[in-house]
Write a protein that binds this ligand. Structure first.
Ligand SMILES: [Cu+2]
Length: 157
């Protein structure tokens, strides 16, 4: 029995390391309601990169949109301007907030309007983590940040 148990442990460990638990996840994805057709929309979320290497978001697609760009804001002579970027980098073992006033996704050519409570599915492509499907919830303002104090395993970092 003891032998059998240790075999089981080895198998599950191997399975774990090869199946590769997602080291990069997206939290609190949201977008604002779109009441006028053909108006661009913005999508926000938090990238949680638990991998030991940096990653970057390189492409975003959705079946419901013609084009999704990555943008950031830049202060130019006291004026905040929105500029397109090639990628959104996220450091190893860190979180990056894609939020109003900073990095965001800009969605063009939406095939539908969004009301509060709707869901907007999109696929984020990362250089290392690969494809990460995300469902952004349509809401009028940012979701309240989750209380992370109950993540006990962070204490070992
Ligand atoms: Cu923008």
């Amino acid at each position: 029995m003891k032998f059998f148990l240790s075999i089981m442990i080895i198998i599950s460990t191997v399975h774990f390391s090869f199946a590769g638990e997602k080291k990069l996840t997206i939290e609190d994805a949201w977008t604002r309601p779109v009441v006028l057709e053909n108006r661009p929309s913005a999508v926000y979320f938090t990238i949680n990169n638990e991998a030991n290497e940096p990653d970057k978001l390189i492409k975003v697609v959705s079946a419901l949109a013609k084009r999704i760009e990555m943008h950031t804001h830049k202060n130019q002579d006291g004026v905040m301007k929105m500029i397109q970027v090639k990628d959104i980098p996220v450091a190893a073992n860190s979180k990056l907030k894609v939020e109003p006033g900073g990095y965001h996704l800009m969605v063009f050519g939406l095939s539908m309007k969004f009301s509060q409570g709707d869901e907007f599915p999109l696929v984020l492509k990362f250089a290392n983590a690969g494809r990460v499907p995300v469902v952004a919830k349509v809401m009028k303002k940012a979701p309240t940040q989750m209380d992370h104090s109950n993540h006990m395993d962070h204490s070992k970092m």
